[in-house]
Design a binder for this molecule. Structure first.
Ligand code: ZN
Length: 391
């Protein structure tokens, strides 16, 4: 058993090296990862048999023995990511390097969620995935798995959707959809998955400690400690959105009043603007246009929004003391100059608890793609990841 684990570990290190570098000789791989050439040879032979890598002999100008380069075949394996939102579902097909090959949106009327027609929604997901597989002409044994991202509390191991308020889902046994496809199925929380994706592919690549603030229709958080996602004893950690910041304040989607979530969701920003203006808007995109036109009412609504955002962020800094705070999800469309720069100014100057220089506020690189890419990454955990996906 122990031997098998070591072999698996060495194989993953080799694959990770090949993902980061193009064209390496076996000798270079062996030097980079500190394994004997014989071990590397064995691994490369296995990977060649599985058609995950190709070997290429290149001409050498010195006239000596021609070096053989090892290449990872990006399209040798695929993963699916499915991201559920309150009025649409996004499905992506990604290759081994997490490049999005196919990206589709299925519009879902909110009434389907409200009436509990989840089977119908999953039926549409099924047809879309099948269509992608046939269009892309992929054999199913090359698909490592499908990951589903949900805005809410999920039990990953038992595949239960415990509570997703935006989708009107409570205690839904998702395992009944497990055998919908021949490849493995995984589920996860959207903010956790987005945080994970950001730490693997985005602005927080190889950063060990961070809190990820994920703002779409609702608000979610992902905590990464020492490179691993911290989920808590009951997989419920990071529900900062429901920390009360105003007594008897605004009504939150959870039923309580004054939750941080009720002040920093995109809907709040838009409805705040609409209350002050006769020109009513529906989307964040329209709001961003107004900001660019230097609309005063839009600026004021954003100012108020950022005030509430900074109150919560300071609480977060006090609780976790993270090295990085990353803001991602749909809200990141607003951009750094309207979002990150003013927030930095709102963080108080040095005091007993906070040293301003220790706070690194960053805009997500993956932006809206975080959760769906995170969902597609879950299927790579046995194939590629060395650190445990979940602590
Ligand atoms: Zn709440």
């Amino acid at each position: 058993m122990y031997q098998k684990q070591i072999r698996n570990y060495n194989r993953k290190i080799t694959l990770n090296t090949l993902i980061k570098n193009e064209k390496l000789t076996k000798k270079q791989i062996s030097d980079k990862i500190g394994l004997s050439l014989q071990t590397v040879n064995g691994i490369i032979n296995d990977l060649a048999l599985e058609k995950v890598i190709s070997e290429e002999e290149l001409a050498d100008s010195t006239g000596g023995r021609r070096p053989v380069y090892v290449n990872l075949i990006d399209s040798s394996r695929f993963t699916f990511g499915v991201d559920f939102h309150s009025n649409y579902v996004r499905i992506i097909l990604a290759n081994l390097k997490s490049k999005i090959i196919k990206d589709i949106i299925i519009k879902v009327p909110q009434s389907d969620y409200k009436k509990g027609h989840f089977d119908k929604i999953m039926g549409r997901v099924y047809s879309s995935v099948e269509k992608i597989i046939s269009e892309q002409n992929i054999s199913e044994d090359k698909i490592l798995g499908i990951g589903y991202s949900f805005p809410g509390i999920v039990d990953e191991k038992r595949k239960l959707l415990i509570y997703c308020p935006n989708l009107f889902i409570k205690n839904l046994d998702f395992s009944k959809y497990e055998r919908m496809f021949s490849f493995p199925c995984y589920i996860g929380n959207d903010a956790n998955l987005a945080a994970f994706a950001e730490s693997k592919l985005g602005v927080a690549k190889s950063k060990r400690n961070m809190v990820y603030v994920y703002i779409v229709e609702g608000v979610g958080f992902g905590i990464i400690i020492r490179g691993k996602l911290y989920k808590g004893h009951n997989e419920r950690a990071g529900e900062f959105g429901h920390i009360i910041i105003e007594k008897d304040g605004k009504k939150c989607i959870c039923g309580k009043r004054g939750c941080w979530n009720a002040y920093i969701s995109i809907d709040t920003l838009i409805s705040d603007y609409n209350r002050s203006s006769n020109h009513k808007i529906k989307s964040l995109e329209e709001f961003i246009e107004l900001l660019k036109l230097k609309d005063n009412k839009a600026k004021k609504a954003l100012e108020k929004y950022l005030d509430y955002m900074s109150i919560g962020l300071i609480n977060l800094i006090m609780t976790i003391d993270p090295y990085y705070i990353i803001i991602g999800g749909k809200i990141s469309k607003i951009g750094s100059s309207y979002l990150i720069k003013p927030l930095e100014k709102k963080i108080p100057e040095d005091n007993l608890f906070i040293k301003k220089k220790d706070i690194n506020l960053l805009l997500s690189k993956l932006r809206e793609d975080g959760s769906v890419l995170g969902a597609s990454l879950i299927s790579l955990k046995d194939f590629l990841y060395i650190d445990n996906y979940i602590s």
